[in-house]
Design a protein around this ligand. Structure first.
Ligand code: ZN
Ligand code: MG
Length: 440
């Protein structure tokens, strides 16, 4: 599958998703606008980044579109930009209402210019409007006007939306559990990512620029036919590995330093998110190895916890427990591990969570906890497992031997009926195997 084929969601899959959305909407109507076109350096158009919610329910990747989904009518009405030869000269062909109707199979399809006129009628019979306030540039004034009109009329007819709700209230829950089509795309993104990581690892050596590793990985992602990196590739050597979202990648890799590589390919708008930490000379120093093996043990323990019925908090606790026991063993922390954890002492070295949801967004939406209760894992959910330890220079309690060490190991895991499938299993993380990936 090339990139554009990967963007075509089978119509049966989309109908299933919409059916679930209609049920959750009840008498509400949802409006999903396309993402705005992004520019850099004045008028340089960036590659289009379609809105994930719109894409999830409709497969629409056309800028300037608006989908109106009615729960009570079970209808999907699509508005798209009209054809415009002079604009198409610069930005490429637009589908226009006819081709869009053909391609996305809405119940009705109209030019975007008719949205303002049609919206009051479309909203009249719904009791709630699902719309993200502040989101829709040119669309929002139409919505405000339509709400005002239905409100006026509603006092006579008893109809029209009485509340505005965030679409995430319906969509986040649906998107948390991936269908078979989504899992295929995620697995493909992970495979591309694993190959890219291997290419990057093969170039790591003392004296090489972090940017060279980044370029090799990004090129591998793009050459494999995907959308390229799903987020800014992180290549952090030495103390840069302690910066959680380091994206400058402009230092030279030093001798006997660690190189943290956090990179994931995008395919069919789905993402992988993978981290490995390598020794620049192909061999961990003793202090590096102690911390590395501790993080890798925590990673394994957390992955073993991933299963249906387990809460996402329990996965984090499993990793944290191992890390804190280890830090006490290494005399970095002193005291009773349980007490240290409850007082948050570990956050000095392990400041982030172990997992996030993964899918159309790298940090996919969905609650991790609600009403004080941690989310229970279900088959089809995709999570990262990414414990790490960071000893920033100058940070209190950091022993000299560990100063400047930053290690994270991140895998992508699907919850299955039986337990879990580690999608990234074929990318080595065991210390001796990681050493072998470095050719230096
Ligand atoms: Zn991640
Ligand atoms: Mg990551």
């Amino acid at each position: 599958m090339n990139r554009s084929d990967a963007l075509k969601t089978p119509s049966g899959v989309l109908e299933n998703r919409r059916e679930l959305a209609y049920r959750a909407l009840a008498n509400g109507t949802m409006l999903l606008p396309a993402a705005a076109i992004q520019y850099q350096s004045r008028d340089g158009e960036r590659r289009y980044h379609p809105d994930r919610e719109l894409f999830y329910l409709t497969g629409v990747t056309e800028p300037g579109s608006v989908a109106v989904l009615s729960g009570s009518e079970s209808t999907f009405i699509l508005f798209v930009r009209d054809k415009d030869p002079s604009a198409e000269l610069w930005s490429g062909p637009r589908l226009g209402p006819e081709l869009a109707a053909d391609r996305f199979q809405p119940d009705e399809c109209y030019p975007l210019s008719e949205l303002g006129d049609r919206l009051p009628l479309l909203l009249q019979r719904s009791d709630r409007l699902y719309w993200r306030l502040g989101r829709g540039g040119e669309v929002e004034p139409h919505i405000t006007a339509a709400l005002a009109r239905t409100h006026l009329k509603g006092s006579r007819t008893g109809s029209g939306p009485r509340g505005v709700v965030d679409p995430g209230e319906v969509l986040d829950k649906l998107r948390m559990t991936k269908d078979a089509h989504e899992l295929t795309l995620i697995k493909h993104a992970v495979e591309m990512t694993i190959e890219g990581h291997k290419v990057g690892a093969g170039k790591i050596a003392h004296g090489v620029g972090e940017w060279e590793i980044e370029a090799a990985i990004n090129a591998a992602f793009r050459c494999a036919g995907g959308g390229g990196p799903g987020y800014g590739t992180i290549v952090g050597s030495g103390v840069n590995a302690c910066v959680l979202h380091y994206v400058d990648n402009d230092d030279l890799i030093a001798k006997d330093s660690l190189v943290l590589v956090d990179a994931g390919a995008e395919y069919g708008l789905y993402n992988a998110d993978v981290t490995r930490t390598y020794p620049s000379g192909g061999r961990f120093t003793q202090p590096q190895r102690e911390i590395y093996e501790l993080v890798d043990t925590a990673r394994r323990a957390a992955i073993d916890f991933v299963a249906p019925g387990v809460s996402i908090a329990e996965v984090h606790d499993a990793a944290t427990q191992i890390l804190v026991d280890g830090l006490v063993g290494l005399r970095v922390l002193e005291g009773d591990p349980a007490e240290l954890i409850s007082e948050g002492e570990h956050k000095l070295f392990y400041p982030h969570q172990t997992s996030h949801w993964l899918g159309l967004d790298v940090h996919d939406p969905g609650d991790y906890a609600r009403d004080g209760k941690s989310q229970i894992l279900e088959p089809g959910m995709v999570v990262t497992v990414e414990p790490g330890l960071y000893f920033r220079p100058g940070q209190p309690k950091t022993p000299d031997a560990f100063e400047g060490i930053g290690i994270r190991i991140e895998d992508d895991v699907v919850v299955t009926a039986e337990g879990r499938e580690v999608l990234t299993a074929s990318l080595p993380s065991e210390s001796s195997e990681v050493e072998r990936l470095i050719k230096a």
